[in-house]
Each structure stands twice: as C-alpha cells, then as structure tokens.
Write a protein that binds this ligand. Structure first.
Ligand code: WT7
Length: 652
C-alpha cells in the first residue's frame, strides 16, 4: 500500500481557485453555517439569469427537492451565448476523429450551429419545450450540438450510448416517449467504419409509435436504409436554417435531460436532471476540481453517452467558457500513444479519464508517454471506479511527470457532478483515495440510522443534505426514485440520499470508496445491473436459473461472471455452443458492453429455503475467498462445494 502524501504543487496552488486547506475549510464552514446562503450566492454569481430566483431550496416535498424556484435561465445561453461578449473567437470544441479529421469550433461557430440545429428541431420536426429527443450518436461535434440545441428550445434530451443494442435503445425510446431520434449513419473506430443507423432502424422496426422522425447526421458516408416520411438528412436540412435562435426561458426546475442508468433491480432508470442546479454545479466543479484557466485546453476522454460526457465534456466545460476536446475512436488506435500524441498536439492542460483506460495504456503502451511532450499537463483526473495504487503511480509519474495533481473524482449519474475529490491546489493527496467532499457537499459515511461509521470501518456513503445538481426523480416513476435512493439510510430520523457505495474514513478524515454494496457491477467504469444481464440470459430457452456477479479483472476493474443452471444437462461441446448463444443474446438485448467474461454451468445455485439466491457466496467463490457465510441455512448446503470445484477446474 502506498501511504505517502502528495502535497499540491506550489506553482499551481498559488493561482488555483481554492489555494489551500484553510480556504477549503472556510468554504465548507460557510456552507455548514448558512447552507442556503452559500448556494444562493454562487447561483447569483455564476448563472446569467433571465429572471432572478425567489427561493434557494424548497424542502417541502422532500425528497423531491427544488432549487432556485422562481428563477428563469437557459442552459444553452449559459454555455454559449453569454460567452459571445468575451470569448466569441475562442475555441469551444476541438474535435479529432478516428480517421484523423480535425475540426475547431469557436464559440461563435458553435452558437451558429446550435441555433441552426435548434431551429431545425423546431421548424422541421415540431419539437417544443418539454418534448423528449433521443440522441444515439457517435463522438462527433453534432452530438454536443444536438444536446445544446435541445437545451436552447427547452426539449429534454436522452442520450443513449452508441454501444447499446437495438433492444436497449428501443426500451429507452419508449420509456421516454421520444418524438425524435437523432443519430448518424455511423462513425469510425479503429480505422474502420461502424454503423448506428441500422440499429435505430431495428429499434423502431417493432413499433415505437411515439417516434415521428429520425434525423441522420452524415459521418462515415456508408450506405444506409432511408425510410421515406420518417428519415431526414440532418446535413441537408440544417443548412437552410437561420443561425439565430432565441433561447427559450426555462424554469430552474425544468428538466434538462434524462440519462438511463442501471440499478440493482429491474430495468434501467431514467435519471432526470434539472436546469439551474445541474448547470451551476457542472460549472463550479469545472472551475474548482480542474482548476480551469482562461487559456487552458481541457480534455475528458469519456463518451457523451455517459454522465461524464454530459457534465465534463459538454455542459461543465462550456458553461465555464473552456476549450473542450472531443475525440472519436479508442485510446489504443492507431497505437497506445494516441492520447499522449493528442496531449502534445493540442497542449492539453487537464486530462480526465477512467482507471480502466490508465491500466490498459500502462499495460499495452508503457513506453508511449516518453515519445511525447506532456509538459502542458497540470491536472490529471480519474473517474468511474477506484484507481489502484500501481495505476495511480504510473499516471502520476509517467503522464504527469510527478508535478500534476491527480483528482480522483467520486460521483455518479445521479449526483450530476463531482461529490468527493481532491482540489488540485489545496488537498494533500493520498494515492487512490477520493479524499474529501467538495465545499457545499455534505458527504457522510454512516450506518442505516445515521451514526458515523467508526474510523477504518466500512459504512454507507451518503450525501446527507440535498445539493443543487442532484437527481430530481426517475422519469415516470417517482416511487422508485424515493425507494432507490432514500429507502436505506436515515439521519436524525429523516431519509437521506444513499449512493449505493460503501466507504471508509481514516483518522484524518480522508474518504476511500470501497465499491458498490448492491448488485451493481462496475465494468470498465460503467455501471451494469446484474438483474439486467440475468434477464437477458434467462431469454435462452435452455436456461433454468442464473446469477451474475462481478469478478475482479486486471484491466476492466470488474468483469461479468455468470453462474448458469441449465434445464437439461449438456455435453461439454454443447456447453461451448451455449456460451456463444448466451453471449449473442446479451449482445442483442443490451450490447457488447455487457458480454460475460466467464460463464460456468452449475447443477444448482446456493438458495435459502425461501428461495433467495445467496449471492455473497457466489461472489466469494469467484474471488477465491474463504466462504465465511453460514451455509447451513441453504436448501442444499452441499451445492457450495460442488460449485467451488467447478469454478476451480475452470481456473486451471
Ligand atoms: C458509480 C457510479 C461518475 C461518472 C462515471 C460513473 C463508482 C465513480 C468513482 C471513484 C470509486 C467510483 C461508484 C459509483 N465510482 N467514481 N472515483 N472511486 N468508485 O457513473 O455509471 O453513475 O457509476 O461508479 O461505484 O456509485 P455511474
């Protein structure tokens, strides 16, 4: 274990937004003494309101908290139009394609593009305030432009990650009752074109009555099917539209977007975010956590299909008036130096990625960083999963030249923005530790009743006061919202937000996230619900029962491990065939991101007499840990030994 403490680089600390721990504590104390004053002041200072808000926080319908009621704003105005006074010719988006394409959009150009697209949505497709628009897009500027165009006219976007299957896309389109789908013919990946439009065609083929039109951006020019009266060419339509478009005045609490994410049970949940609270925190954390300066170039490698892409590629950077880099492709093509070449090329100052990418690049391209000039880097970020000390050290030394702060940012789709993270100019960093809650965020590690977890012992990671960028509800299912997030932990008798993660606090108050306490697997920094994967596997006609658990994986963090009970016993050759069939079903139902790393066929699952599957035992077996659970309550205690020996024989 690395136990060293890394002090902030004094060169950067002197000019950082938060310069030392005293400043941090002063801000935190201000928030604790006058919570509404703290947030109200920032909201006034940071947001260009069309109409000022009346109240800061309304808790009367808790946990349906309302922030900045009475205020009116427009997020696209906040991200683009207001910058035209001072930053009109500054680069807003720098794009680099998998095929080497480059494009730089200034704030002025971005404003024109967003306005044309917003006008197209309005005039050609009849999209108005509150309508839902699904974006199934690759990583091209039009993805960001479409998101901002929705914001401009008050439409609610729901971006679906391009790796999800037609079935998964269809479910999300139907749940959101989307009127319009925006997609592209496809894009490029590892030097080859890949397709998106055919997936949309398939998703809509079984009837999605809500969808009135599909708007297709041309990216790779490959042949695609056109459905007359439904499909429209973005590039043709958009050029006839006016580059001027008035921003729709939005109430603070009007939804900005939905983003579907996995829970421990059931179908993915449409996490609903607000306009004012969301954009406020996106902007503030950009400034604090990445220590953004006016001439910086900032690059987050995420995909816009995830919350990281929403908050830290599009909304946060643009609200803060930054230059944000978007890249299409993968970090290992044309070689494992792609990221470092791009850092040199664009003189990137902040680089933000997932531990899984760091581990991959460490493993496959250890010598690549040395080939490039990485001296522009000032802040390095990680997100999505715990980072292990070995990866941390490589990132710190080889990428950051032992001079950059590493911000290990802990947050979730539901939190909208960072919750716990080092501040680059202030926080003495312990490697692989998310450190402290950001000013204004009241994060506590507690038990179900709200008692603080003893030092060094695991507790529940809760955010015990509402914060502006928090999830507002689950689209169409407010009961599930309350149950999912406010059902487990209480403080002072009142339900508080539980993240689903476990955490530990050390003697100095540093918080280390220990991982999910529920049945959610973290695969390469992406959340995967075991229930979803199990539901897909159960669609195979020969599957009687299935349990899916996470298995530690050297690159991905966790891999997906499935225990399957078949209806009829099969030969080994049959089992190999079945494995393929099952993975094909997963690919069809969810997408390649949910493929199982391992499938084992077992005679039965460890079940209690009431029929509950003891997943903990299954997790222990996969990790090769000693089984500490009491197995005597099982319906058939001998099954544990049988499963263990099957898993062991697979390992050999
Ligand atoms: C889950 C949220 C936040 C954007 C990407 C993932 C895990 C996230 C960290 C971190 C340890 C982390 C948690 C969390 N997680 N960041 N820095 N250290 N774990 O968003 O898909 O909503 O997943 O990712 O388990 O609950 P998400």
């Amino acid at each position: 274990m690395l136990q060293e403490i890394y002090q902030p680089n004094p060169h950067y600390a002197s000019t950082a937004a938060i310069k030392n721990m005293d400043e941090y504590h002063a801000l935190m104390n201000k928030a604790k003494e006058d919570y509404e004053g703290f947030w109200g002041d920032y909201a006034k200072e940071k947001i260009d309101w069309f109409k000022p808000f009346d109240t800061v926080l309304n808790e009367s319908e808790a946990p349906f908290y309302k922030w900045f009621e009475g205020g009116q704003l427009n997020v696209a105005h906040q991200c683009i139009d207001r910058h035209l006074l001072t930053r009109k010719n500054k680069a807003a988006i720098i794009f680099e394609g998998d095929n080497g394409d480059q494009q730089v959009l200034t704030y002025r150009e971005l404003a024109y593009e967003v306005n044309r697209t917003a006008n197209m949505f309005k005039n050609q497709f009849g999209i108005t305030k509150g309508d839902r628009v699904v974006l199934y897009m690759p990583m091209i500027p039009e993805a960001a432009i479409s998101m901002l165009a929705c914001a401009k006219i008050g439409a609610i976007h729901s971006v679906v990650f391009g790796g999800f299957s037609a079935e998964a896309l269809r479910d999300r389109i139907i749940d959101a009752e989307a009127k319009l789908v925006v997609t592209s013919d496809g894009a490029y990946r590892k030097g080859n074109p890949y397709m998106l439009k055919p997936v949309v065609d398939e998703a809509l083929s079984k009837g999605c009555e809500c969808v009135q039109a599909v708007c297709v951006v041309e990216r790779n020019g490959e042949e695609i099917h056109w459905e007359p009266g439904r499909d429209y060419a973005y590039n043709e339509l958009v050029k006839n539209e006016s580059p001027k478009c008035a921003a729709e005045p939005m109430e603070s609490e009007d939804p900005l977007f939905l983003l579907y994410t996995s829970g421990s049970t059931g179908k993915p949940k449409g996490v609903q975010h607000s306009s004012a609270g969301y954009i406020l925190w996106a902007q503030m954390t950009m400034e604090w956590v990445f220590d953004l300066k006016e001439n910086d170039t900032y690059w987050c490698t995420a995909d816009v299909g995830w919350i990281t892409g929403h908050t830290y590629i599009v909304y946060g950077p643009l609200a803060a008036g930054a230059t944000t880099v978007m890249f299409e492709g993968v970090p290992t093509f044309p070689d494992a130096g792609r990221c470092w070449r791009m850092v040199e090329e664009y003189q990137v100052n902040q680089f933000y990625t997932a531990p899984t990418a760091i581990r991959l690049l460490h493993k496959t391209g250890q010598d690549e960083p040395k080939k490039y000039d990485l001296s522009s880097l000032r802040v390095l970020g990680t997100v999505g999963e715990p980072i292990d000390p070995a990866a941390w050290k490589w990132y710190y030394e080889e990428i950051g030249g032992s001079k950059c702060a590493i911000v290990d940012t802990y947050w979730q789709t539901e939190t909208g923005g960072h919750m716990i993270s080092p501040l680059p100019g202030a926080t003495p960093i312990k490697p692989a530790c998310a450190t402290f809650a950001l000013p204004g965020i009241i994060a506590e590690v507690i038990d179900e009743e709200g008692n603080p977890a003893p030092i060094g012992e695991k507790g529940f990671m809760c955010i015990t006061k509402p914060w502006p960028s928090m999830i507002r509800t689950i689209w169409g299912d407010p009961e599930r919202f309350v149950k999912s997030y406010f059902g487990d932990c209480k403080k002072d008798g009142k339900p508080v937000y539980f993240t689903g993660d476990g955490a530990m606090i050390d003697e100095e108050g540093y918080i280390t996230i220990t991982g999910r306490t529920d049945d959610v697997i973290n695969v390469s920094g992406h959340r995967m619900g075991t229930a979803e994967v199990e539901a897909a596997i159960k669609k195979h006609s020969n599957v009687a029962a299935v349990a899916v658990v996470g298995k530690p994986h050297p690159i991905k963090g966790e891999g997906i491990f499935a225990y399957i009970v078949l209806k009829s016993e099969e030969s080994l050759a049959e089992e190999i065939e079945l494995t393929k069939e099952i993975n094909n079903i997963i690919k069809k139902e969810i997408g390649a991101i949910a493929l199982c790393d391992d499938i084992v066929f077992v005679p039965d699952l460890p079940k209690t007499r009431s029929g509950k599957i003891m997943r903990r035992i299954l997790r222990s077996i996969v990790k090769n840990e000693e089984i500490t659970q009491d197995t005597s309550t099982l319906e058939d205690p001998s099954i544990v030994g049988k499963i263990e020996s099957i898993v062991k024989s697979c390992r050999l």
